[in-house]
Design a protein around this ligand. Structure first.
Ligand code: HEC
Length: 494
């Protein structure tokens, strides 16, 4: 099988709308909830920061502005038509066609948001550049707003007053949320059991747990007692979203003790896993992301059909990463999407729910792989490097698009790197360096094989990487952060 199939940049998208997870983690889905609002043309695996040079574009305000509702966040936003290709007519038509419903177009208008989450400068080649101002005063919206800009609109995000505080950067495990601090790489911590719980399986009776979205603590315990949800929140975008539905009070399943036993068991499995950080009302910073293990009634009723397909393993979620069960307290998510210590039992429960909803195999086949941009990134087909990309005769590794946190030099035919814990060091990685979460990103021009400053070498585990062979082709893969590629191209070593 080819390591990278050809998929256009608008390749696989999840469910109905956008997949906001550009990030690791276990899920990703359409933020609009049920929202049919059309597809998002911008989603896909391309570089997330194409618009770095867009700065100047925002000045011209001549054509007009469009006040409208963001279909995902339901917040207000204002689009300023800045590109010289817009006419009053085309801008007005664009405003009418807004995804969240027709906006209010003002010819010659200028956006003047009262309270600004951030602005997004989107530069296009065909003169239809624009600036999107996201309004609101809830800092919990910052990460989603930023992701919407960078990943989907392919724009350059500048935080406004509301989000500026949150983007100070740096900082160890602070859990400011995705987009506010860089992705916190997985780490494993061993702790004494919380009072009242039995001894753990680790040394001296401790409980050892990975902090990563696909991590789980020991069965029967609560993830948040043993790992840092704050760090998990850096590993994919978080926002609250309403549940699919609540269990009706008279539902006969509420009288079925055997069934309720299975539901309680499955809940405990999820609650031992990092999923609970965003999928429990008591833990998620401003409410659970669509489904909550602590919902009234049967928690599984909160999961949409697409999500059920992911959980049941009917839809592929490989791109989101997984631990081997033996390194994850026995929890596996390679067959079903939700981590479990008993694959057969979990699968039986979820497949039965699929059938109870009247869904079929054919419905399952329609649910695309989970992970959105991460799915596309795994099948990305790099082209030749351009100016400023590659390794110079002097051994400098150069890339474009801005400062980076992850730099890979791979064999030309290596797989694309993906997310930790199992996809981030593909075979054929010759050299892989990163900067730790608390350190600033590095600028282009680092020396191949040298581990200077804040850089930390991941591959090879020790010692210098093999020298590049003059005339041979290699794959340069540089990320702004996990899930945010800057440069991905093939170069010939000088
Ligand atoms: C950092 C936050 C976060 C973590 C951790 C997290 N999720 Fe999610 N998850 C979300 C968000 C946000 C959504 C989208 C909610 C919406 O807009 O409807 C979501 C949605 C989902 C959905 C519904 C998808 C759909 O199309 O219906 C499933 C299923 C899911 N997550 C499974 C998991 C599993 C399994 C884990 C753990 C292995 C997990 N999530 C961990 C944030 C998170």
């Amino acid at each position: 099988m080819s390591r990278r199939s050809k998929i256009g940049s608008k390749g696989v998208l999840l469910g109905s709308v956008v997949v906001v997870s550009s990030l690791a983690g276990a899920c990703s889905s359409d933020p609009a909830g049920a929202g049919g609002g059309g597809t998002n043309a911008a989603a896909g695996g391309g570089p997330a920061t194409g618009a770095e040079g867009a700065g100047g574009a925002a000045a011209g305000a001549a054509v007009g502005s469009c006040a409208r509702v963001n279909p995902f966040s339901k917040g207000s936003e204002c689009k300023q038509y800045t590109g010289e290709g817009w006419t009053g007519e085309s801008a007005h038509a664009d405003c009418d066609a807004s995804m969240g419903g027709p906006g209010a177009f003002t010819a010659g208008g200028v956006c003047a948001p009262a309270s600004l989450l951030g602005r997004c400068d989107v530069a296009t080649d065909d003169g239809t550049s624009y600036v999107l101002y996201s309004e609101g005063d809830d800092a919990a919206q910052c990460s989603m707003t930023r992701t919407g800009c960078e990943t989907f609109a392919k724009g350059a995000f500048t935080p406004g007053p509301v989000c500026a505080g949150a983007t100070g950067g740096g900082g160890a495990p602070t859990g400011g949320g995705y987009g506010t601090v860089p992705f916190v790489q997985p780490y494993r911590v061993c702790k004494d059991p919380v009072p009242g719980e039995p001894a753990g399986h680790g040394e001296a009776g401790q409980v050892c747990t990975w902090t990563l979205i696909s991590g789980s603590t020991e069965v029967g315990r609560h993830y948040e007692d043993y790992a840092a949800c704050a760090d998990v929140l850096t590993q994919r975008p978080y926002w609250p979203a309403p549940a699919r539905e609540a269990t009706a009070p008279g539902d006969p399943r509420l009288e079925d003790a055997a069934y309720l036993g299975e539901i309680a068991w499955a809940k405990a499995q999820v609650e031992a896993s990092a999923c609970v950080c965003c999928h429990a009302d008591r833990l998620a910073p401003s409410g659970a992301s669509q489904w909550a293990t602590d919902a009234e009634g049967i928690w599984l009723d909160g999961v949409r059909d697409s999500g059920l397909a992911m959980m049941a393993g009917l839809a592929d979620s490989t791109a989101l990463g997984a631990f081997p069960a033996e390194d994850n307290n026995g929890f596996d998510r390679s067959v079903v999407g939700v981590p479990t210590t008993d694959v057969a039992r979990m699968k039986a429960l979820l497949i039965a729910e699929w059938a109870r909803r009247g869904l079929t195999d054919a419905d399952a086949a329609k649910v695309p792989p989970f992970g959105g941009p991460l799915v596309d990134q795994l099948s990305y087909e790099p082209g030749p490097c351009k100016d400023g990309q590659g390794v110079t005769a002097g051994g400098a590794v150069t890339w474009t698009g801005g400062e980076a946190r992850y730099v890979y030099v791979l064999e030309a035919d290596a797989k694309n790197p993906g997310v930790p814990p199992n996809l981030d060091e593909p075979a054929g990685t010759r050299w892989f360096v990163e900067v730790p979460n608390a350190a600033p990103a590095v600028a282009t021009g680092i020396a191949y094989g040298a581990v200077a400053g804040d850089l930390r070498q991941r591959v090879p585990a020790s010692g210098a990487p093999a020298a590049l062979q003059a005339g041979a082709t290699y794959y340069l893969h540089v990320l702004k952060d996990v899930g945010f590629p800057l440069t991905r191209c093939l170069f010939t070593a000088p």
